[in-house]
Design a protein around this ligand. Structure first.
Ligand code: ADP
Ligand code: UDP
Length: 234
C-alpha cells in the first residue's frame, strides 16, 4: 500500500491490484479553495457512512460507480479510474455561486435542473467552463459529456426523492466521473454533505458544509442529522 495522493478531504493508496485503489476519508474540512481549514473528529467516518449509503442506493438504480467495498470506518476500496477533470454541478435551487452569478435570491427554485461544469484545477480556482472551453481543453468527448450530463440528471432525480422522503431538500451538489479500464464512464469520488447542499424541508436549516463555510452551527450535528434520517429510511 503506497500513498499516491493526498487531497483536501481524502488520501489515495495503491493496492496489490493495479485496477483498484484504497481511498481514506480524512477528518479535515476546507472551504474557499483551501483558505479556510479545520478538522472535525469523526468527519471522515460520517462522510464515508453517508457516501456508502448513497452510492448503494444509486447502484440499486443501475448507476455504475467506482465503489467495490468498504474496508473499515474510514477506508474504501474503489475501482481506479482516469478522473475526468470536471466538477459536474447540478442545481435545483439557487444558492452559493449561482446567487452571485445571476443575482437571484438564495432559495429561488429553478424551473428545471441546471448542469454546470467547472475545471478541476485548484491553481486556477476551479473556473466555470462552457462546452466550447471543454472542447478546447479536450478533457472529454461530446459522447462522454452527454453520458455525464444524463447520469448527473438521473442521480439528481433519484436523490431529490431519496432525501425528500427524509424531509431534506437537495439544493445542489457536485459529482466527479472517470473512465475505467474499458473506457466506460463511472460515477467516482464521493457524495456527502461536503459536496451537496441539503436543507431541512421545514425549517430551511442548512445541514451541509455551508455550516462550516458560513459559521452556521456545529458541522457534524448537521451531518449526523442527515445520516440518522437516511438510515431510518433505508
Ligand atoms: P481534492 O483532490 O479536490 O483535494 P479529495 O481530497 O476528495 O479532493 O481527493 C480525492 C481525489 O481522488 C480527487 O482528486 C478525486 O478526483 C480522486 N478520485 C476519486 N475517485 C477516484 C477513483 N475511483 N480513481 C482515481 N481517483 C479518484
Ligand atoms: N462544490 C464542491 N466542490 C467544489 C465546489 C462546489 O463540492 O469545489 C459543491 C458545493 O458543495 C455545492 C455545489 O457544488 O453543493 C455548488 O457549489 P457553488 O458553485 O455554489 O460553490 P460555492 O459557492 O459553494 O463555492
Amino acid at each position: 500500500m503506497e500513498p499516491i495522493y493526498e487531497g483536501k478531504a481524502k488520501r489515495l493508496f495503491t493496492t496489490d491490484n493495479p485496477n483498484e485503489l484504497l481511498m481514506e476519508f480524512k477528518d479535515d474540512a476546507t472551504a474557499f479553495n483551501g483558505e479556510k481549514k479545520s478538522s472535525f473528529a469523526e468527519k471522515g467516518r460520517l462522510n464515508l457512512d453517508l457516501s456508502c449509503l448513497i452510492f448503494d442506493e444509486l447502484a440499486k438504480q443501475g448507476i455504475a460507480t467506482h465503489h467495490i467495498k468498504r474496508l473499515d470506518e474510514t477506508r474504501l476500496l474503489v475501482k481506479k479510474v482516469d478522473i475526468i477533470p470536471l466538477e459536474v454541478v447540478i442545481r435545483n435551487v439557487v444558492a452559493g455561486s449561482l446567487h452571485k452569478r445571476l443575482g437571484y435570491d438564495e432559495g429561488h427554485v429553478l424551473d428545471a435542473p441546471l448542469v454546470e461544469y467547472y475545471y478541476k484545477r485548484d491553481d486556477l480556482g476551479d473556473p466555470m467552463l462552457t462546452l466550447d472551453h471543454i472542447a478546447i481543453l479536450d478533457v472529454a468527448t461530446d459522447a462522454e459529456l452527454k453520458t455525464i450530463s444524463e447520469l448527473g440528471l438521473q442521480v439528481n432525480e433519484f436523490l431529490i426523492g431519496f432525501f425528500g422522503n427524509s424531509g431534506i431538500r437537495l439544493i445542489d451538489f457536485k459529482l466527479e466521473f472517470g473512465r475505467d479500464t474499458d473506457g466506460s464512464i463511472l460515477l467516482a469520488d464521493e457524495i456527502s454533505p461536503d459536496n451537496c447542499r441539503l436543507w431541512d424541508a421545514t425549517s430551511g436549516e442548512r445541514l451541509d458544509k455551508d455550516r462550516f463555510r458560513r459559521d452556521l452551527g456545529d458541522l457534524l450535528d448537521g451531518y449526523r442529522e442527515i445520516l440518522g434520517r437516511l438510515q431510518g429510511q433505508s
